[in-house]
Write a protein that binds this ligand. Structure first.
Ligand code: GLU
Length: 507
């Protein structure tokens, strides 16, 4: 059967979206677009204890910032609305009941205390309790109670659940598009709760399977942490009679810490000074986590960097627009092993994208930063500055540090540099150069005034490096900065002479 490709990103709104989650969304998006299919955003919010206010809005804003725009879903709508599971609660119960009726699930009436007691007892014997085919016969459920008692408890009590009845002695055979064939014995698996009477809500497993079926999902592309749930999901499709249209599965490798082993966590970011979230997040308790957006990353750079964490195009190419990623992406080239995150590489991508940006866009981004510094400058001037310095910056926010002295005269001089360069004949030489520049009649262009200045210095047999450093001290307040001719052409002859007057008076 030839079905239209339909994939979904199905986050739970339990906090800010981790960059690994953004990568999952991205791979789903790329996979769908490559096939002319649909990308759906479904919010899995059936676990009310883990619900965090603002998290759903954060997810939507993050995807929008990245340009990973869903075709259907929360905030957009579509033929399978609603896409928020808490608004679909009526849908799930019938499927849970259907599983009980077909003998694939059962009602469980165990109280929290009795489950706790079973756990404690197992622990005392050095074991871990799992509610499974091995233990369910000793628990309080519709498999062990009479039909009459079961019906009474269903009517009169409120905190029962429906559990999956894990088959005994089955080898579950699964196929993963990234990992290949996987097998596991059903005897190692527990009888997961599928539905809870207490809040009339399904758990993740049931809601996820029912919605993927109803929403006609063709591939489930998700993080590796869901691989242990795959056998249950296979068995649920089978038990519900949906195996013919069961989606194919692809479990993505983990994003790993920059150093050492293990999953990339917020703590790694805090320690090493990089964000793990796309956008800044303020938790309900006021804890602030930095975001790529606020740190000055371009969304294109962030997305490009993420795409290559776990996938490779099979060529040397590293820079990809979103459209190019769509063209190049395939699950075959997603690796099985985890992808080590490299914060320096993330910066490299941003630098590359900054260079690719047109000067107008960069000037527009720089202008408000200048204003915040109290600088009024024309856009034309800012454009010229940006063209000159963009090669040296990683972020737009670096522009000010690189080039502030193109907007105002230095107020002080780096003492160490001053001691080194502002001595001997140099002040007198610099003063003479001020006259040379003031009287310069040629075009105020780098390629004209630059060589002329050097010729002049040479003709006077002054040491080139020393004189240039003294000049730079006068113009920038330190021994480092852009080329002298570049600075003169931007600040102009008048400002140039005024800065030399100033340093002569100050030092
Ligand atoms: N709600 C799950 C999550 O938070 C979705 C897992 C899946 O894609 O099946 O990641």
């Amino acid at each position: 059967m030839n079905r239209k490709t339909r994939v979904r990103f199905a986050p739970s709104p339990t906090g800010p979206l981790h960059m690994g989650g953004v990568r999952t969304a991205l791979y789903n998006y790329l996979y769908a677009k490559r096939r002319g299919g649909d990308f759906i955003l479904r919010i899995e919010d059936t676990d009310s204890h883990r619900f965090v206010p603002g998290a759903e809005q954060y997810i939507i804003e993050s995807l929008n910032w990245c340009g990973i725009v869903p075709d259907e879903g929360v905030g957009i709508g579509g033929p399978h609305a609603p896409y928020r599971q808490s608004e679909r609660r009526e849908i799930y119960r019938q499927y849970a009941e259907q599983l009980v009726a077909s003998g694939n699930a059962y009602y469980a009436f165990d109280s929290a205390e009795s489950l706790e007691a079973a756990r404690a007892q197992a622990e005392a014997a050095g074991q871990t309790f799992i509610y499974s085919s091995a233990t369910r016969g000793a628990m309080r459920n519709s498999l062990t109670l009479s039909e009459e008692e079961t019906q009474r408890l269903l009517r009169e009590t409120q905190d029962w659940t429906i559990r999956f009845k894990m088959p005994v002695g089955r080898t579950v055979q699964m196929d993963d598009l990234i990992r290949g064939h996987v097998e596991i014995s059903s005897d190692t698996l527990d009888d997961k709760v599928l539905w809870k009477r207490a809040d009339s809500l399904p758990t993740y497993h049931l809601a996820n399977i029912v919605d993927d079926h109803l929403m006609e999902i063709t591939e489930v592309i998700r993080g590796e942490e869901w691989l242990p749930s795959l056998p249950l999901h296979y068995l649920l499709y089978e038990a519900l009679g949906w195996q013919d249209t069961m989606p194919r599965f692809a479990h993505l490798p983990l994003l790993l810490k920059p150093v050492g082993n293990g999953k990339l966590s917020k703590r790694d970011g805090d320690k090493m000074g990089f964000p793990v979230f796309p956008l800044r997040w303020v938790s309900p308790t006021g804890e602030v986590s930095r975001g790529y957006r606020e740190d000055g990353y371009f969304p294109e750079a962030f997305v490009n960097m993420l795409a290559l964490l776990g996938w490779n195009p099979g060529t040397e190419q590293e820079l990809f627009s979103l459209d190019e990623l769509v063209e190049a992406f395939s699950l075959e080239k997603v690796s099985k092993s985890g992808a080590k995150f490299n914060p320096e590489k993330a910066k490299w991508f941003n630098r590359e994208y900054l260079r690719l940006k047109d000067d107008g866009a960069l000037a527009d981004a720089f202008l408000p930063l200048l204003e915040a510094q109290g600088i009024q400058s024309s856009r034309d001037y800012v454009l010229r500055v940006v063209a000159l310095i963009k090669e040296r910056a990683t972020f737009v926010a670096d522009f000010w540090d690189i080039a502030w002295y193109l907007f105002k005269a230095p107020e002080a001089y780096e003492p160490k540099d001053a001691a080194k360069f502002w001595k001997d004949e140099n002040p007198a030489r610099v003063l003479e150069l001020a006259t040379f520049v003031r009287d310069w009649q040629g075009p105020l262009e780098k390629d004209a005034i630059g060589p002329a200045l050097e010729d002049y210095i040479r003709s006077r047999e002054w040491p080139m490096g020393k004189v240039m450093n003294a000049l730079r001290l006068a113009l920038t307040g330190s021994g480092s900065g852009l080329g002298i001719a570049d600075i003169i052409c931007l600040i102009g002859k008048e400002e140039f002479t005024s800065r030399i007057d100033k340093i002569c008076k100050s030092l």
